[in-house]
Design a protein around this ligand. Sequence first.
Ligand SMILES: [Zn+2]
Length: 204
Amino acid sequence: MADAGFRIVPLVCGRCAARMTAGKEQVAYQCSGCGSVWELAGGLLVPREVDHLSGSGDILLPFWYASFIINSQEGVVDNTMIFMKMCGSVKTAAAPNEAPLVFVPAFLLPPPQSIRLGRNMTVRFPSLHLSPVRDLPVEPVTVAEADVPAMAELILLSTLVEEKRNNPLFLVSFSVELSSPRLVSIPFMREGNRLLQPEMNLEV
Ligand SMILES: [Zn+2]
């Protein structure tokens, strides 16, 4: 099949009936009329809720996030405080008893960069402060929900202290259970070729 770079799919917003356009790699589509986000499921366009993280910035990058439980030979990791210990963090958890969250970039990035950014976001152990709907478009979502569990597992492995990452016995016993992933937009600021998230000290 010829690769034309981008193709236009006739997608119509189910809320305001505006036509939406889609890039080739996109798996979710945002209506420029009303801002709602849609995805194809079984040949039907269904709404997809997007959370918005508060903060300043002029570009909204989409991430998948989910709470998780890690099972390993050292026991169960099911709250932020235990997860922080497993990562070797000496920070104080804002919400120690809450379920820990893993973040997976949902926009187009080479996998090593995506894992690094997801890792950096995850080890900020953010407690999510959501804002009302933003009047900025969210950057295209190109990572499908079905790909989130495998990426989340790689990201969580990369957060662990080195002695665990290099311990075959620990790795054999390591497994992750994820809640249903949700999309969240996170505001970043453009600075030259870089995108910065100063509140969480992140860079793309
Ligand atoms: Zn619409």
